[in-house]
Write a protein that binds this ligand. Sequence first.
Ligand code: PBG
Length: 327
Amino acid sequence: MELLNRPRRLRTTESMRKMVRETRVDKSSLIYPIFTIDGTGIKEEIPSMPGQYRYSVDQFPYALEEAAKLGVNNILLFGIPEHKDEVGSQAYAHDGIVQRALREGKKHFPDMLFIADVCMCEYTSHGHCGILHGDYVDNDDTLVKLAEIASSQAEAGADIVAPSDMMDGHVTAIRQKLDEDGFKNTPIMSYAVKFASAFYGPFRDAADSAPCFGDRKSYQMDFHNGREAMKEALLDVEEGTDFLIVKPAMAYYDLLERVVSATNIPVATYSVSGEYSMVKAAAQNGWIDEERIISEMAIGAYRSGAGMYITYFAKELAKLIDEGKIG
Ligand code: PBG
């Protein structure tokens, strides 16, 4: 057989395959989400997310230490307050759960990078991501609160603030407030492309943040829409966001690729709780090879152009990189 092209030539040996790899990963691009909770002495496993925990502030440094030891340096921080109210006031309280965790984290690990999630759903008694007028989440009243949350987090030491609320104009409102309050150099990482997704199920369980009525479809996006995703991404760029997030990850790699090619700022994708829990459940049943599955999911994200990968598997991926199994 006279064949000019034999693509298999480049797959002959492990060394050959490694050399011609088109996608390489680096631990410095991994972002690990951690949940903090009011109280002391608490490290409780999240039932729907085996291997992930809620930490009280005093236990939080141990979680950071584990991540740091493996070379995972970037943390996305969530807080679950003891008291929730209509306006989510613990989200912007000076001594709120995330604010205290940030101070504690920075004290022990000044070189770690702390990204604070800016949202209200973990803090409101009704579980919606903003201020309610009747049954409707009011956009502009919510913006005022989001700006206050972001500023209080920056004040507590957040290196980056990450609004996940999906309100219109959120980057503008947050940027103005940060600048006014003296945080001109605090970057914004906006969840610009965030879909109303069933993949957040286990997170809502973890953060006790499921809406008590209705759903989030009047603010989070309809997953049938790709052009609208571009509109959201470009709007946030115009408003001055420093980073973009596409979320969830695995079912949205097409949009990740489009957002990366249409913009010129760093783009992250967030492999969310449902993606984690599905893998864990299947692996626990012996139905899949966990290491290989998480490697494929991660490489898929990077191959689609992600500059950063937010994942509950960050520590496992760091180990796989150390072992030379991916990278
Ligand atoms: C807050 C927020 C959510 C997630 C990140 N930030 C929940 C939601 O929108 O319902 C989901 C993360 C995950 O599922 O891992 N709004």
